[in-house]
Design a protein around this ligand. Structure first.
Ligand SMILES: Nc1nc2c(c(=O)[nH]1)N[C@H]1C(S)=C(S)[C@@H](COP(=O)(O)O)O[C@H]1N2
Ligand SMILES: [Mo]
Length: 513
């Protein structure tokens, strides 16, 4: 009885901790019970699913969740009994339960790696608490657990003070579990409310979100010119996605200005709205890497807002801060020289996804994200570079981060084999705000050949290119290099991402058979 009780308490504590973890990573579908429920709905035959909906109506999901919780708690009792008999068996039962949770959470189509964390934590916590509880029961006079190591010790129910101590400790675990589950549920409810606010967040309609004619060569396996929101690379320091309510969002523009501003979403919408294609790039992108994406951004030009605030002479920087305290230093000139630097609230015609800065972020063409692209932005201070250091600058990265001209071969993929003869080689090149004027490709040590370029609707976006290769048999090295709008070729010298961006020519190996 005591062992089964310890198992039930341990199972409940595991579920509670998982709920808290799901709340912290702000991902409701990572909670193991929800994940398993969703996976269950996916795998059962449609007829069973319809029967459930018919007989239970809107109660179908609560019934399913309750059923899973009851099952887990029952298996917890089993884990307790099994662990009382052979201690490792408790770990085995909770390990298997955790694995089921991990598989269910990871099988969601949009699951990030963090989605498995709640299930893993739940299994570890439940196993640990069970082991601890069984040990405590065993050490208590008149213990109940069958004697594995000391058959001579008395059996039966714990009694007297020992029994009260055990109940007290069990009660503390239960109370802690309830608190954790409650906190997790509150966090998830908040995330749900903001997700709802996002769903009804109106983005002024761009004239069109379709790709400008000629920009996309539509070559098979070539990265599309426009990057869809759900596959756009994501880089930030946020362990859990900041959840910012657009109704209470405020942006302060202050510092070296004549008229400090505090803006709401409604204030932003009342101003001149622009729609601009801009390619974002991460400074951590390796040569040939994919931390780069192109989207249509909707928002208000920072130049307009800074003019309104009236920048004082002597300022040369803007320090921006996100809702979770991340900071970023951007040269003032990049915000006021006429380029499409903006406070964006729309991405490809939709509200910003929570991961990409909802409700408002900065977008600055030509600068790496770490010095320009503040997501969940809440504060903009006009200042001087000699007065502050931003998050990544204090960690050794350069204060200034203009994007280096770069190019990448997407087709054929590195290491593949292709039949000899006519082979389509294609890729992308970027030199934001300078534009791409020329791309060259070469096979082996042959002469550089000029690639055909797709259209370039804006020099703030990347440019597709293609080259037709008469490929002879053998293993060949292909290399690409781009020239920016000033005619400058990209740096050949190989450099790592730190401290201000990688360089070198993207090189792949192809087997031609
Ligand atoms: N608040 C916040 N904004 C941030 C970051 C961050 O860590 N926190 N990372 C920056 C970096 S390094 C990059 S490359 C871009 C990436 O934007 P994305 O995730 O929308 O692609 O966001 C920038 N904005
Ligand atoms: Mo980045």
């Amino acid at each position: 009885m005591w062992a089964a009780g310890a198992g039930v308490v341990a199972a409940g504590a595991g579920l509670a901790l998982a709920q808290l973890a799901a709340g912290l990573i702000a991902e409701p579908r990572s909670a193991p019970v929800v994940a398993v429920g969703a996976a269950f709905i996916d795998v059962i035959p449609a007829s069973v699913r319809e029967f459930g909906i018919r007989t239970l109506g809107t109660a179908d999901k609560p019934v399913l969740v309750t059923g899973i919780v009851v099952l887990v708690v029952a298996l917890g009792a089993l884990a307790g009994l099994a662990g009382g008999w052979r201690r490792p068996l408790g770990w085995v039962v909770f390990g298997v339960l955790g694995l089921v949770g991990v598989l269910a959470a990871a099988s969601r189509p949009d699951a990030g790696t963090a989605a498995v964390v709640p299930s893993v934590l739940a299994a570890l916590a439940a196993g640990g608490i069970l082991a601890w509880g069984l040990g405590a029961v065993e050490r208590t006079p008149g213990r109940a657990v069958s004697g594995r190591t000391a058959p001579a010790r008395p059996t039966g129910q714990p009694t007297g003070q020992g029994r009260r101590d055990l109940l007290l400790r069990g009660g503390l675990v239960v109370a802690g579990s309830l608190a954790a589950a409650g906190a997790g549920s509150l966090l998830l409810r908040r995330r749900g409310a903001v997700a709802d606010a996002r769903a009804s967040f109106p983005v002024p309609r761009p004239p069109t979100t379709s790709v400008p004619a000629g920009a996309d060569l539509r070559i098979r396996d070539l990265t599309p010119w426009r990057t869809a929101n759900d596959v756009f690379y994501r880089i930030d320091t946020a362990l859990s996605v900041p959840v910012v309510d657009p109704a209470t969002w405020r942006l302060r523009i202050h510092g070296m200005v004549d008229r400090p501003l505090t803006l709401t979403i409604a204030d932003l919408r009342r101003r001149r709205i622009v729609h601009r294609w801009v390619t974002l790039t991460c400074v951590s992108n390796e040569v040939g890497g994919d931390l780069v994406g192109n989207a249509l951004w909707t928002g208000v030009l920072l130049d307009d807002l800074l003019k309104e605030a009236g920048v004082r002479p002597g300022a040369d920087a803007v320090k921006s801060t996100s809702a979770d305290g991340w900071t970023c230093g951007t040269p003032l000139s990049a915000l006021t020289d006429g380029r499409a630097s903006m406070l964006a609230f729309g991405m490809n015609g939709a509200p910003l996804p929570l991961e990409h800065g909802f409700p408002v972020r900065m977008v600055v063409p030509g600068l790496y994200g770490y010095v320009s692209a503040t997501k969940w932005v809440v504060d903009i201070e006009v200042t001087r570079f000699d007065r502050f250091q931003a998050y990544w600058t204090t960690r050794g990265w350069s204060a200034q981060g203009p994007i280096k001209t770069a190019s990448r071969i997407d087709v054929p993929a590195s290491g593949v084999s292709v039949p000899a003869g006519t082979v389509t080689v294609a890729g992308v090149a970027w030199a934001q705000h300078r534009g791409v004027s020329r791309v060259e490709v070469r096979a082996g040590d042959g002469a550089w050949q000029v690639a055909r370029l797709a259209g370039q609707p804006t020099k703030d976006s990347w440019r597709q290119w293609t080259w037709t290769w008469q490929a002879p048999k053998g293993t060949h090295r292909l290399q690409v290099r781009a020239f920016d709008g000033t005619g400058q070729v990209q740096a050949a010298a190989v450099a790592p991402p730190a401290p201000n961006g990688a360089s070198g020519y993207h090189t792949i190996e192809v087997a031609v058979g």
